[in-house]
Write a protein that binds this ligand. Sequence first.
Ligand SMILES: Cc1ncc(COP(=O)(O)O)c(C=O)c1O
Length: 640
Amino acid sequence: MPRGLPEVVPPMSSDQFRKYGYKVVDWAVEFMNTVNNRNPTSDVKPGWLWKVVPTQAPENGESFESILNDLEKVVCHGMAHWQHRLFFAYFPAGNSWPSILGDIFSNAMAANGQTWYSCPVSTELENIVMDWCCKFLGLPAFFLSTYSEPRSHGQGILQCSASEAIFYSMIWAREDAVRQLRPRFPSKKDDPVNGKTRADLLNMLVAYCNNECHCCVERAAMMGCIRIRKLKADKKGVVRSTTLLNTIEEDMAKGLIPFFHCAIIGSTGVTSYDDLMEVGPVCQKYHIWLHVDAAYAGSAFCCPELAYLKQGYEYVWSTNINTNKWMMCNFEASLHWVRYRTKALAAFAGPKWESTTYQYPNNVPPDLKHYGVASSRRLRAYKLYCVIRNYGVEGIRRYIRNHVSLARLFEAYVERDPRFELCGGSFRFGLVTFRLKGYNSLTQKLNDAINASHKIHMVPSHFHDKVVIRFALCAEYANERDVDDAWNAIDHHATEILHEAQEEFKNDRAMRDTFVQQRKHDTYFDYFPHPDHAEKLAEAQHVAKNLAKSLAEDALIKDADNTAVDGSWGNGDPDAFASYDKKLRDNPEMVRFNFDEDYLHTDDPQLYKVASMLHLAMLQSTVANSPESKKSKSRHSTDV
Ligand SMILES: Cc1ncc(COP(=O)(O)O)c(C=O)c1O
């Protein structure tokens, strides 16, 4: 037996760990406190890092000091800053101080909770946190562990991602379907001629999902060799029960067996949500496993005012919610519940599960490794436990409500600007999806322009063949100024893009309305930087926006718009413009009078002056830009 082996010297001592640990925490605090001084996205090109770090691993260890020294160059330079105030892309990447600290604890302990015995706190804490969440999110009690609800047959598990949760649910449902089918179809052994193999049964199955579902649903079906049909959602992104019913009947007529439907609450593209009261009873009637993907929006269930979104959850067999999206917990922490844990165990725990150890709770809780692919399990629940304890449920509600209110503010900006349209469902959670009216290429260009500067970030999506831009509240402490800055950037780029497009689509009738709106926008808002009363700017803006709306209905302006038949003044209808022009010239007092009487509802003389100025400027500019006016400039004065 060899003796006297040299002692292994670690590259980092515990004292050094303490030293660098403090440094790293200081760095993290400084980084987060100053993240807004950086750009939210990086301008690096693919492959840049290969030129920065060596292509071979170092043969001999380096000091941690030197690793810290090139942190900025190696990591930060190629980072997208998801916590930045102007990062409005994707969905939030949840994070918070307690979550980071919780993760440090679990990492320090580095235990593997693959069974209850291998690390009892791992299984127990996960059960407890899952039950806490189930209760404060107001989900049905049948998802609770039997510690909380003795009559429950359910189980909650913390998975790494929504994609995994959905994949597992599909496989559990598939196994359940095969078991249900077996008595109806004898095996080949029992009936060599008409009997069906397991493969035959699997081949009969068909799954469904809302076509607004995240692509991970289709991927889950591919991985499970499952036939899937994406059901057409309506204009609001909702699968109606008639669509589901008709598809089921069509498929059954072909000899297929529908077994799984993935509904959605908070779709990735437009946060649309299915009505579970509609699809639930259909699934129940046909013994279809109903899964609800609420990866992002599910966190909002903790707000009582949104309880209506959960209606119909009593029909649900499994569901998933990512706390690492909208509950300030960092990766990976996807809540996943199944209504009948035995159905999950039947699929994953292997043939022994029924007969032996898993008599939960009389014996020990079922090992959580049986609800997923990995055997090893870190103490993932601890960081979520820290977040919930530190914020309290009320703190989580405050966070969600702030995002919801800011999304409403943004929505109001879009609604007030006639160049844009809103897309998607009727409740937007913390995401607003919008587009420029007109061709998809305009919205795509707008999105590209917004991102090109790297100062603000949003991502596009598709909704019913339309390119849309997603404005997602992501920063934990997002506020009105962030929304205003985002809107100003959008407004600025939209104006530029529409001016460029006006040339490109000069003779395009379909684009006419969009250009007309842009012209109005120019006319009303060009004068904002110079009002006499700077302190009244905000009110003036408000008044002018109302003016814009009212004037859009004004017959005079409509006449003017009619001249833009081919998307440009040059090709307009000169007769219509001439009559408009004449009306203004002949009756300047009438115009002023109408304005006073009909449009300006204020007693504030200063505000009145600013708004009057805007209005007159608008009229002047409209007239001055007319082809008729240009022609007759030498004959007339342009004073109104
Ligand atoms: C609604 C929805 N479901 C599923 C997913 C996939 O989530 P994960 O990255 O956790 O797999 C996403 C991702 O954004 C999503 O928005």
